[in-house]
Design a protein around this ligand. Structure first.
Ligand code: 3HC
Length: 280
């Protein structure tokens, strides 16, 4: 197993491609348009340049990693891979379409994993002809830095699929935790409602973003305050996760803050658009 494909070259997709290529796999990064792929590759290049500058990586290794990453807009070009990780936008209909396409071109023994933040793996699995080979491999942002991966079993995932995915994750030098499918899994079920509550505090004028973040950094030893973290994760992603928790559990404790909705509608999505709760 030495060939992988990553679908989607955004924040998570390009980070995953970099991590997988760094571990020695040949990676094909797939996206709809060449310009999206170029943007993803620029981010990877910048990250690797920074590592070389900090003397954490040799220039020769950087070139080898980059050489192991190919890009394509055609699913036909990933026929030979052994594992696929989907990291397209957090929308179940888009993801289902991608899973159907992947199922058509890939050999029957290939694992199709999703990096979804909160959506149902069972719903994705059942659009394929191999639901037992579908599971969640959920990375954290920034992917190159964060050690954790949630390995999420859908209700039909086979033990063999889980074991193969666990070996793959270990080969990436990440630590896996085993999770049975449930909305938001473990980390996002805990983390995103906390971020949403911090946004309620801003909305209710209880404190300003800077003071809320300082409070959680100095009062709870969080490396990043909740609003800075919202900007890192992406406000659109935070909203999508809150919507999933609210819809799936039907519990009003998961309602999204109005301010979060307004900021997403305004296109203030955080670092990726240059403005969220802070300016970049
Ligand atoms: N991309 C790549 N690398 C980055 C980065 C980024 N956006 N931001 C920081 N780094 C790297 C730095 O280059 C540095 O690398 P080095 O150790 O090799 O020198 C390292 O991270 C530490 O960076 P800094 O010293 O500049 O800054 P910090 O000490 O503040 O660390 C951080 C940055 C690791 C991002 C830290 O702030 C942190 O841990 N924040 C919390 C992140 C978190 O909670 N992520 C989970 C989000 S939830 C999620 O992703 C799930 C999804 O489904 C929504």
């Amino acid at each position: 197993m030495n060939k992988a494909a990553v679908i989607g070259s955004g924040t998570m997709g390009n980070g995953i491609a970099q991590v997988v290529a760094t571990a020695g796999y040949n990676v094909t990064l797939v996206d709809l348009k060449k310009e999206y792929l170029n943007r993803g590759m620029e981010t990877i290049q910048k990250n690797l340049d920074r590592a070389v500058k900090k003397e954490k990586l040799e220039d020769k290794e950087k070139k080898e990693i980059l050489n192991r990453i190919n890009t394509t807009t055609e699913y036909e070009n990933i026929k030979e891979v052994n594992i696929v990780i989907e990291a397209v936008p957090e929308n179940i209909e888009i993801k289902k379409e991608v899973f159907k396409e992947l199922d058509k071109v890939l050999n029957q023994d290939v694992i199709i994993a999703s990096n979804t933040s909160a959506l149902s793996l069972t719903e994705l699995a059942t659009v394929t002809s191999r639901p037992e080979k579908v599971l969640g491999i959920h990375f954290f942002n920034p992917v190159t830095v964060m050690k954790l991966v949630e390995l999420i079993k859908n209700i039909i995932t086979s033990q063999d699929t889980y074991d193969r995915a666990k070996k793959f994750v270990a080969s990436l030098n990440k630590t896996a935790v085993e999770v049975n499918e449930s909305p938001g899994f473990v980390v996002n079920r805990l983390l995103i409602p906390m971020i949403n509550e911090a946004i309620f505090l801003v909305e209710e004028n209880v404190a300003c973003p800077d003071d809320i973040d300082t409070a959680m950094k100095l009062g709870a030893n969080h490396p990043l305050g909740p609003l800075a973290l919202a900007d890192l994760v992406g406000l659109d992603v935070c909203l999508a996760i809150m919507e999933t928790l609210h819809k799936e559990f039907g519990d009003s404790k998961y309602r999204a803050s109005t301010l979060l909705r307004k900021k997403v509608r305004a296109g203030q999505l955080g670092r990726k658009t240059g403005e969220g709760f802070y300016q970049y």
